[in-house]
Ligand binder design. Structure first.
Ligand code: DGL
Length: 270
């Protein structure tokens, strides 16, 4: 059994780390499309094609189930992939829905009609492509009513993280939070709608202040995945080995990944 984890680059490592800790016996194959990151400034067709190429590579590793640990791919490409491209014996899941279920305090797969929820003012921080897709608002509307969402496209943050420039990333986070709070001065909750952003979670929390509850996907995806595999054991896949694949330079990517996760991570060429 092996499960694939796809991301445009290094951000999905936040999700990988959480699921690997929660499921220590499952081999995970991670695919980072570092050569083409960031996805957040690409158009929908590009994101669709690049995501499909990465997912096919993970299928070739014996991962019948692939998690798109990338909001941009989940928001922009996943629906079309599931409707037109994924064969019956494979599954591709996104990371958007677990975040929204946590915000709306729903159990996985609860399809009851939308209802009022405790939070009324929600800040969404995501890549420009994710914000433009309005996928978050669409999924939220299926589950909750009366929630005001203010979305901030956080240009530059993923680039700064991929380059390992933490100071620039922090400065950009601060200015994006300030820009959002000019439009929504008192959000009750903030969604980090990009898997790179948990690497900057402290900067987001600091800029937002202690009263804002910050939701990030890393911890939310693991229980959903455990639940999914228990209900769909057929998608466990034939892979047996954990590995890290990148379309970028394996030496450079390994060194950044090791810096992010604070333990040695060795990537190989995809
Ligand atoms: N980390 C990904 C996301 O969650 C992609 C960021 C990017 O490549 O722009 O959106």
């Amino acid at each position: 059994m092996a499960v694939g984890i796809f991301d445009s680059g290094l951000g999905g490592l936040t999700v990988y780390d959480a699921v690997a800790r929660a499921m220590p016996d499952v081999p995970f194959v991670y695919y980072g499309d570092n050569a083409h990151a960031p996805y957040g400034v690409r158009d929908a067709e590009d994101i669709f094609n690049l995501t499909c190429a990465g997912v096919e590579r993970l299928w070739a590793e014996g991962c019948d189930l692939v998690v798109l640990a990338c909001n941009t791919a989940s928001a922009v490409a996943l629906k079309c992939m599931q409707e037109t491209w994924v064969p019956k014996d494979k599954r591709v899941l996104g990371v958007f829905v677990p975040l929204i279920e946590a915000l709306t305090e729903r159990q996985w797969g609860d399809n009851s009609p939308p209802r009022e929820v405790a939070v009324k003012h929600v800040a969404l921080f995501a890549t420009p492509a994710t914000v433009a897709s309005r996928a978050f608002q669409r999924e939220l509307a299926f589950r909750a009513i009366g929630v005001d969402v203010e979305a901030q496209p956080c240009g530059g943050v993923v680039d700064a993280i991929e380059q390992g420039d933490e100071m620039l990333a922090e400065a950009l986070v601060r200015s994006h939070v300030e820009a959002l709070m000019r439009r929504m001065p008192k959000p009750e909750a903030a969604m980090l709608g990009c898997t790179h952003y948990p690497l900057m979670q402290a900067a987001f929390q600091d800029a937002l202040g202690p009263d804002v509850k910050v939701y990030s996907q890393a911890d939310l995806v693991a229980p959903s995945l455990i639940d999914y595999l228990a209900r769909h054991p057929d998608f466990a896949g034939t892979g047996t080995e954990s590995k890290f694949l990148t379309t970028g330079d394996p030496v450079r990517v390994s060194s950044k990944a090791t810096q992010f996760l604070r333990r040695r991570i060795a990537f190989e060429a995809a």
